[in-house]
Design a protein around this ligand. Structure first.
Ligand code: GRF
Length: 189
């Protein structure tokens, strides 16, 4: 039986797309993207999921009484789908107790900087403005801290220019390579 993963995203979903394409190309063997979870019902990632025939769970956090309530709904759906690994790919929320207690050891996140440097939502810009000459991409386990959690893999990007768009393109390219590689490795271990 194929190993099932879920991908959580809030926006464009270019990492979602890279993972799905890697699965379709056989680069993540024996894997199925069983669910796309999205907290923004209009996000482009949902269109990408539909294009690949991947089931989606879109929800509006505000329609729930508490974070625990919507996380319970998500975790129940992950259980139902038999998901073994949860990949956060631009999911712009801090994961709470309910999901962490049920999926914490099987939940990974991608961050566009070399943690512990530049945590937070604007890592590429922050690293660029700081003037670092080497930044990169981190994949780590998720815990209760923003971009905390044990690091699984990192890949450096050297940049000495002054065009943030160029740096962003370089970072995203590395993200799209590294995330599928790490998922393949984790599922294989
Ligand atoms: C990526 O840069 C990821 O590292 C960060 O959020 C961004 C999501 O981009 N956590 P996309 O939606 O995958 O295009």
């Amino acid at each position: 039986m194929k190993r099932k993963i879920a991908i959580f995203a809030s926006g464009s979903g270019s990492n979602f797309e890279a993972i799905v394409q890697a699965v379709e190309a056989g680069a993540i063997p024996n894997c199925e993207v069983a669910l796309c979870v999205c907290d923004k019902p209009g996000a482009y990632v949902l269109e990408r999921a539909a294009n690949h025939g991947i089931p989606t769970l879109a929800f509006r956090p505000k329609e729930f009484e508490s974070k625990r309530d919507f996380e319970k709904m998500i975790a129940d759906r992950l259980d139902e789908a038999g998901v073994e690994l949860v990949c956060l790919a631009g999911y712009m929320r801090i994961v709470g107790e309910e999901l962490l207690s049920r999926y914490g050891s099987r939940m990974i996140n991608i961050h566009p900087a070399l943690l512990p440097a530049f945590p937070g939502a604007h890592a590429i810009r922050d690293a660029f403005e700081y003037g670092v000459k080497v930044t990169g991409v981190t994949i780590h386990y998720v815990n209760e801290e923003v971009d905390g959690g044990k690091i699984i893999a990192q890949r450096a990007v050297a940049y000495d220019g002054n065009d943030i768009d160029e740096l962003e393109t370089m970072i995203h390219k590395v993200e799209h390579e590294l995330f599928p590689e790490v998922i393949a490795k984790l599922l294989n271990d």
